[in-house]
Design a binder for this molecule. Structure first.
Ligand code: CAO
Length: 478
């Protein structure tokens, strides 16, 4: 009987153990294990957002600063990763103090790029600081950095060192340039826009190259890096190994400007007929030119003035003369005869006349506000878009409703607007929180993530590894 009882208990324990294993396996391979007879994964029984976030369980050692790297880690934090931002004691990310609008408070530059993260201060060059960093490396899945080339190695955090401590760790970097003649250069946004081909193709033909307001070099590269990290996390599931992920800002910008490299190659076969330069009879040079507000694709477009343009710098609309709705456009702008006129009836016939066509469209749009143009054209499926100012965007309620623009509350500066996650996941609502104060989570991370005891934390505090160096006067006196 006792043996029977024992055997029962043993089998119960085994069943419990195997149930645990199944749970574990389910967590690792949800699609495979949760498959039902029709081959589709079983939908979550929990309501949206109750099943956790996409990157729950991913911990990131965030060594980023300024814009490119912080954009990446903020997105990952929005998707649920635990992002621990390591900052220099007493100083922090340089952007905390740049373009300050509220005296003594973290700037919007910083707060809008570092939401939903934790902040720990560590002097990475202090022996004790290095020890803490090594422990963090062991506890994290990804290290993200965008220091100048060589800076991470100078801290002793070489790939070899990291990989030895934690073979599963992914090390993701933004640099200005990839391997080659410029690999050692420091790079900021506009340098990348210029080196990546965007500036030479932006602006008007008669004017100098222009940089764009959208931060395609910094935020654009951060986005690329985030994709690389998620791919590396996915591959790690199969290999068990971390890898390096590198995004060069020049490469990121070029990727976003690829249609201009397309046009460069088309030039070898004749003029770029959809550029208004062609219609104006201006010959093309050897390189893709600046095209003003040409839409660049097969559907010609331009920015046209709207009612109020004389006083409102943003009273404009983008207007696209999409071929399938050409007849509707002709009726709207009072040119029904263009529907059948051989000079206007077909897209190729219109190409040399784009300037005149857009002038005529503009004569109509100038009688309407940009929102009236939008309303009227949308009824006819004509693709147009109002030029929205940042003021209008900040006030746009639909962007608030979707969580694309989010108001958060900061203990120092009060309420501010930030950009939430532009990537909407139906089962992983964005976790948009305010940015951390400098070192706000140092104690918490030391104890709860790294497991330091009270005594060890006290020793660390006394060591100078997590506090700013003493002022020179004091040091001299000592
Ligand atoms: N403790 C101690 N030292 C720290 C530290 C910490 N927690 N965090 C950073 N530092 C040190 C670094 O070790 C480095 O020191 P050394 O040069 O002596 O080794 C130093 O701070 C400065 O790092 P940096 O060279 O990266 O910073 P910078 O301000 O001189 O340059 C930038 C800024 C952006 C030009 C450069 O980092 C860069 O080219 N990054 C790659 C490209 C990039 O991301 N550019 C986008 C910037 S956003 O427009």
């Amino acid at each position: 009987m006792a043996t029977k009882k024992k055997a029962k208990a043993k089998s119960k324990a085994a069943a419990k153990k195997s149930a645990k294993t199944v749970v574990k396996l389910k967590a690792r391979k949800p699609a495979a294990k949760a498959a039902v007879s029709n081959g589709l994964p079983r939908p979550s029984t929990k309501s949206w957002g109750q099943a956790g976030r996409a990157l729950d369980g991913v911990r990131i050692l965030d060594f980023t600063h300024v814009q490119s790297g912080p954009t990446c880690t903020q997105l990952l934090a929005y998707m649920g990763a635990d992002v621990i931002k390591v900052e220099r004691p007493g100083v922090g990310d340089i952007t905390r103090g740049q373009l300050r609008d509220v005296k003594g408070q973290d700037s919007l530059y910083f707060t809008m790029l570092n939401g939903s993260k934790r902040s720990i201060t560590i002097d990475s060059k202090h022996p004790k600081g290095k020890e803490i960093l090594d422990r963090l490396v062991k506890q994290c899945d990804v290290l993200v950095e965008n220091f100048a080339p060589g800076a991470l190695d100078r801290m002793g955090l070489t790939w070899e060192h990291i990989h030895k401590l934690n073979p599963r760790m992914i090390v993701a970097s933004v640099k200005g340039f990839g391997p080659g003649p410029y690999e050692d250069c420091k790079v900021y946004e506009n340098v990348a826009q210029c080196a990546g081909g965007a500036a030479s193709t932006t602006g008007f033909r008669e004017g100098p190259p222009l940089v764009t307001g959208a931060q395609i070099g910094d935020s654009g590269t951060g986005l690329h890096l985030a994709l690389g990290i998620v791919a590396a996390l996915y591959q790690r599931k199969r290999t068990g190994r971390g890898q390096r992920v590198l995004c060069a800002m020049q490469d990121g910008v070029l990727n976003l400007a690829r249609v201009k490299l397309r046009d460069q190659q088309r030039l070898a076969h004749g003029p770029l007929t959809e550029y208004s330069q062609h219609g104006e009879g201006v010959p093309f040079g050897v390189a893709t030119p600046r095209a003003g507000n040409d839409s660049g694709g097969g559907q010609p477009g331009w920015i046209v003035k709207c009612k109020g343009w004389e006083t409102d710098p943003d009273a404009y609309s983008y207007f696209i003369t999409q071929a399938p709705v050409w007849t509707a456009i002709c009726d709207l702008i009072g040119k029904p005869e263009w529907k059948t006129d051989p000079d206007y009836a077909t897209p190729p016939a219109r190409l040399p006349r784009l300037r005149h066509i857009f002038d005529t469209i503009e004569a109509w749009t100038k009688t309407k506000t940009k929102f009236e143009v939008m309303d009227i054209c949308n009824k006819h499926d004509i693709p147009v878009g109002p030029i929205l100012s940042m003021k209008e965007i900040a006030e746009e309620q639909s962007l608030r409703a979707t969580g694309t623009v989010v108001e958060v509350d900061h203990p120092g500066r009060g309420k501010y607007l930030t950009v939430g996650n532009p990537i909407k996941l139906s089962d992983s609502p964005a976790d948009v929180r305010r940015s951390p104060l400098l070192g706000e989570h140092t104690d918490e991370v030391l104890r709860k993530v790294l497991g330091y005891s009270d005594k060890e934390v006290a020793d660390i505090k006394g060591s100078g590894a997590i506090t700013p160096p003493e002022k020179p006067a004091k040091a001299e006196a000592a």
